[in-house]
Write a protein of this length. Structure first.
Lengths: 324, 301
């Protein structure tokens, strides 16, 4: 296990270095670094001074080394627009994104599980067919367009929910959260449902196939033969066993939920990391772009590492395969 | 009794004919094909069927801006789906937008297929170091969500139709590579490959004339689904303002243009392009879903 762990961490570090080179080359070599790193208002004198100060006259590998060294110290440059350290700017926006991501994962389980359970228990009923057709639609519908339609119906036509923003926040653990106030919750609901759409379909399909497989197991037949009530068999014997894989998969989706929140945040003007990166790309605030990309890459590498380690802990075949 | 003399034509059963008849067995899939064909024809013949050329400024009248669906504009055209803020007929705009969405989606899927399939074949055929290097890159690529990778590439390259195609190819090739490698690994141990090797045929000929045709079925399935995904991803990127430029609006950009009018109740500027996008994606997905059943040997009796 230790060998596997070490090798896996080493691999992650290699990937991290590779990604940092890609981001570095992307920003420093594909674009014009002078244009990217020096504010466009600077005059000729300032430009030359800045070029020397940033070391842009040095060979590329030396520049990369400085870039890496500064990044390791948490210095990813200052935003042109906000004139704040880019890293700090992004970390400030992180709670809003995490709140949205966890909210949508919660909703996907809340809605997806019962529907999937029903579709699995009564696969031939009309209701199940409607649910399954709906889940295909959930995979096909473009998220951003559904978001717009939600705004149109619930904010413009019916006026039930606010269309944009985060609403009132309350402090918890030193950070601002929307889900702690009624007003904030009403702001959170629509974006979270929108982001959950794809995952609801996923949970429905996973639960349904899980239920159908579990119903054929011997222990379910035994529980029935023992004379337990159908509801007890369903909710205690079947439900418990399908919950583990479903929750695991939803947990694994955390990374992609955070990535896709870029779209939802833009539609609902939710002030999180995703909206920040889109705004930054549109105004070419490159230090923020670099910082965001590096943070996301680190996040994904960590998530992937944890997932792999969990898998190898749960399923010894994974690490034995690696040895062969 | 003249019909007795008529020659009886027995159609030989070929894999292609069998495939066609199996595909036609599903009404839903045929429906998808029909709808997609109509959409493709609309896109191809756009200049001849739209009531207005939405990008010819001489034909636009700002006075016709934001007309409701069904209203008649100053030019005497009935705007069945309304007009946008520039007085552009939405129906014409959508059909022209379909052109760009389909070109980008299908084009990028084809290029990605070409690149991915070649690399996948190489990985499976060469094995060893080549295989592990290519597959490590594939793994790395697939562990990041496509939207994020595309965002990253467009942040470097900037807007533009070509840049969107490049980004889509970079994020999609890995799916094709993995699919082709999977089936090529099985096929390369077959006798016909051995025979081809014994005949000392050049490697490229073995790869593309012998190995590739036998890996086609799963590739077709992945290709169909990836076209739908490419169209959706392009629309999303354009909606975020990172995709196609304003001079060549795809469906995603049309939807984005209507965003600001949504809050004042002028729904049609965003609504109808979205419907067009949805119908396109669903029709492709329905075909792909059925193709997967038809082309899956495990489901064959």
């Amino acid at each position: 296990m230790t060998v596997y762990l070490l090798r896996r961490i080493l691999q992650s570090l290699l990937v991290l270095v590779a990604m940092s080179i890609i981001v570095f080359v992307g920003v420093y070599a594909v674009g014009d670094p002078v244009e990217i790193l020096i504010s466009p208002d600077a005059d000729q004198m300032e430009r030359e001074r800045a070029i020397a100060a940033l070391g842009l006259d040095l060979p590329l590998w030396e520049q990369y080394a400085t870039f890496l060294w500064r990044a390791l110290q948490g210095d990813l440059g200052r935003s042109f627009v906000y004139n704040e350290p880019a890293l700090q700017l992004i970390l400030q926006k992180m709670p809003a994104t995490l709140e949205l991501a966890f909210g949508s994962m919660f909703i996907s389980i809340l809605i997806g599980l019962p529907l999937g359970l029903y579709a699995g228990l009564k696969p031939d009923s009309v209701g199940s067919k409607v649910i399954m057709a709906g889940s295909i639609l959930g995979f096909s519908l473009p998220t951003f367009w559904v978001g717009l339609m939600l705004i149109m119906v619930f904010a413009v036509q019916l006026g039930w929910l606010p269309s944009t923003g985060r609403g009132d926040t309350a402090e918890f653990l030193g950070l601002q959260w929307s889900f702690l106030t009624a007003n904030g919750l009403s702001h959170l609901l629509m974006p979270a449902v929108n982001l959950a759409l794809f995952k609801i379909s996923l949970v429905i399909r996973l639960t349904r196939s899980g239920v159908r497989e579990t119903m054929l197991m011997d222990y379910v037949k035994f529980a029935r033969a023992k004379g337990l009530s159908p509801s007890r068999v369903t909710f205690v014997h079947v439900f418990k066993n399908i919950l583990i894989p479903v929750v695991t998969v939803v947990g694994l989706e955390l990374g992609s939920t955070i990535a896709f929140s870029v779209v939802t945040e833009s539609v609902f003007a939710w002030p999180g990391m995703g909206k920040l990166i889109i705004d930054s790309i549109n105004v070419l605030d490159r230090p923020v772009i670099v910082a965001y990309l590096l943070i996301i890459v680190v996040m994904f590498i960590v998530i992937n590492l944890i997932v792999d380690l969990l898998y190898s802990a749960l399923d010894p075949r994974v690490r034995l395969e690696g040895k062969a | 009794m003249s019909d007795l003399a008529a020659p009886i034509i027995i159609k030989e059963e070929t894999p292609f004919r069998r495939f066609v008849s199996e595909f036609m067995a599903s009404k839903i899939a045929v429906g998808g094909l029909l709808v997609f064909t109509i959409i493709a024809l609309l896109a191809i013949f756009a200049p001849w069927i739209t009531p207005q050329n939405p990008y010819d400024l001489a034909q636009l009248d700002i006075m016709d801006g934001r007309l409701e669906p069904g209203a008649v504009g100053g030019g005497g055209i009935t705007h069945w789906l309304g007009t946008d803020d520039q007085g552009r007929d939405m129906l014409s705009g959508i059909i022209y937008g379909l052109r760009i969405s389909l070109t980008v989606g299908v084009g990028s899927a084809l290029i990605a297929c070409l690149v991915g399939a070649s690399l996948g074949l190489m990985a499976a055929y060469a094995g060893g170091k080549t295989d592990s290097v290519i597959m490590r890159i594939v793994d790395l690529q697939l562990s990041f969500p496509t939207i994020l990778a595309a965002l990253m590439i467009l942040a470097f390259l900037g807007k533009g139709v070509m840049n969107v195609v490049i980004a889509l190819v970079i994020v999609e090739w890995a799916y094709y590579a993995r699919t082709v490698r999977g089936s090529a690994l099985v096929e390369r141990r077959r006798e016909y490959i051995e025979a081809a090797q014994c005949l000392a045929l050049p490697t490229s000929r073995i790869l593309f004339r012998h190995l590739l045709p036998n890996c086609l079925p799963p590739l077709i399935v992945v290709g169909t689904i990836q076209i739908a995904r490419a169209i959706a991803l392009e629309a999303t990127l354009s909606f975020l303002g990172l995709g196609v430029p304003i001079t060549e609006p795809s469906l995603g950009l049309l939807i984005a243009n209507g965003y600001e009018y949504m809050l004042s109740g002028k729904y049609w500027i965003s609504f109808y392009p979205g419907i067009a996008l949805l119908v396109t994606i669903v029709s492709i997905n329905l075909m792909g879903d059925h193709l997967r059943d038809v082309l899956n040997p495990r489901l064959k009796k």
